[in-house]
Unconditional design. Structure first.
Length: 191
């Protein structure tokens, strides 16, 4: 799996959170640090796609190539990073997904042959911000150049495979209420 780069999307304005989402604390640890810990356990090259540098983050920093178009810009920066590292796949994860399963990358790698993207699906929803993508820089440049801004739309163009997962591990934190709910999950007694 060392041919996979891992890029953490840590940008965005996080308006519902009041800004600064990657630096918010969850169970005593910043969200960005949780994502970095997850990414570094996977092996391979790791970077953070964010427009502002994040204090205490000691991996490659990838600013948006095309600001204002959402997470697809993190994918574009990530694909360029992966290509420069000699990687043929990219695992793109959000900094706001603290419950990602440890078997995420191996399961997506196993599902990817014959496809351009492997995306987890749970609760009837696809999760492109926890997806494995074949590095396809020219195809993504063409997609964005043609006005494409949807990760789902690009995944469909690349022939995606859906990987079924139980509900729960892809919860993301978009608001103070989401952060409180995640905190409760971390502090709840084990069953």
């Amino acid at each position: 799996m060392d041919t996979t780069a891992i890029v953490i999307a840590g940008g965005g304005e996080a308006r519902r959170m009041g800004g600064g989402k990657p630096l918010r604390y969850l169970a005593g640890m910043r969200l960005i640090d949780r994502a970095l810990t997850f990414a570094q356990r996977q092996g391979g090259a790791v970077a953070v796609a964010a427009n502002a540098s994040l204090p205490g983050v000691d991996v490659a920093h990838l600013p948006d190539q095309t600001p204002g178009i959402g997470p697809i810009s993190a994918l574009a920066s990530g694909m360029d990073f992966a290509a420069a590292q000699g990687c043929d796949t990219l695992l793109l994860i959000g900094c706001d997904m603290p419950f990602l399963p440890d078997d995420l990358l191996p399961r997506l790698v196993a599902a990817l042959p014959g496809h351009g993207a492997a995306l987890p699906e749970s609760g009837g929803r696809l999760h492109p911000m926890a997806g494995l993508w074949r590095v396809a820089v020219p195809a993504l440049v063409d997609y964005i150049g043609g006005g494409g801004q949807s990760l789902w739309g690009f995944a469909e163009r690349q022939v995606l495979v859906r990987v079924a997962w139980p509900d729960g591990p892809f919860a993301n934190i978009n608001s103070p209420a989401d952060l409180a709910a995640a905190e409760a999950r971390f502090t709840a007694p084990a069953r």
